[in-house]
Design a protein around this ligand. Structure first.
Ligand code: ATP
Length: 300
């Protein structure tokens, strides 16, 4: 497997405070890697380190296989774009002026590609409108557009949907998926919103207290999480008798509700229940599994 980023037992001390305590992750090429951890877990610290904004106290990391102490690391870092904390946007400039400014910073020879980037992030129609008059979601997309200058193939986004409204969240999600699928950009996203990450991530790194608690692919996670069906009936003792006969695992929640941890045929269940004079009121697949997996890893 080819890795865009590997972090090997990274430590970061701020005076006496240890923000990273031996954190290791591996981000495979082509992944959307969700870095999950509650506030203060060390996500931003890791991102600042890999962006070269801070040095680790101990440990090392590689970008495209280049060791961070190597003289070639700046070249490897040019393949990476990042939005760390709040996007660095010039508020008195329009979207295209912001991108031109970034092209100048990167020393790019022409402004070719700016229109394409603006289109990609959905800001092509903003003309002379200044960034200070943009919505938060538009500013976030402009931040991503700036990070895309120089055609990186690795994009690092620190809490990209923080503070956005539901529409803004959907726009950022679709943009990330498009960049990953159509432009083959590997993405590292930090977030504490698991539910949102689960709509995107192909891999997860769960971190807590500056350490990696678990790294897992979305596929492995799916297999590790039990799918569950919440069933509502008129009589759960009757439901229990039927499920026992079907050898299905279940948990009775109340006189009318139960969770069933098995794939069951609804027609067969309805027929069996009606023989017990019990009606099936509703059945819905429930996906609290990711949340409970996370809680079982991190606690609380
Ligand atoms: P959040 O989602 O709140 O940003 P995070 O997982 O990104 O959380 P970090 O910002 O990496 O967490 O911070 C990890 C810990 O390091 C926190 O306890 C934070 O207070 C501390 N910390 C971060 N930067 C500094 C600093 N410059 N000096 C001292 N402590 C710091």
């Amino acid at each position: 497997m080819e890795y865009v980023l590997t972090a090997n037992s990274l430590y970061k001390d701020y005076g006496k405070f240890r923000a990273l305590a031996g954190l290791s992750i591996k981000v495979p090429k082509g992944a959307i890697y969700g870095l999950v951890g509650k506030n203060g877990a060390g996500k931003t610290t890791l991102i600042r380190i890999i962006c070269g904004l801070q040095n680790p106290t101990l440990g090392d990391y590689t970008l495209y296989g280049v060791e961070h102490r190597s003289s070639k690391i700046s070249k490897a870092r040019r393949r990476m774009g990042a939005v760390v904390e709040t996007p660095s946007v010039y508020l008195d400039m329009s979207a295209s002026e912001n991108l031109k400014q970034q092209y100048r910073v990167l020393g790019l020879p022409s402004f070719d590609g700016i229109d394409e980037i603006l289109k990609l992030v959905g800001l092509e129609g903003t003309g002379r409108k200044k960034a200070k008059n943009f919505s938060l979601g538009m500013r976030q997309r402009l931040g991503i557009a700036i990070a895309l200058c120089g055609s990186p193939d690795f994009l690092v986004l620190d809490e990209p949907v923080n503070g956005l409204d539901p529409q803004g969240i959907v726009e950022i999600r679709e943009l990330i998926l498009k960049l990953n699928r159509e432009k083959n950009i590997t993405v590292l996203i930090s977030s504490h919103i698991l539910d949102e990450l689960s709509k995107l991530a192909t891999h997860y790194g769960f971190i807590d207290g500056g350490k990696t608690v678990k790294e897992i692919s979305a596929e492995e996670l799916e297999a590790a999480c039990r799918k569950c069906m919440r069933i509502e009936v008129t009589d759960t003792p009757a439901l229990a008798r039927v499920l026992d006969k079907m050898n299905a695992e279940y948990k009775i929640l109340s006189e009318t509700e139960a969770d069933v941890y098995a794939k069951i045929n609804i027609t067969a269940l309805t027929n069996a229940l009606s023989a017990e004079n019990c009606e099936l009121i509703s059945a819905a697949e429930k996906d609290e599994s990711l949340e409970s997996y996370y809680i079982s890893l991190i606690g609380k």
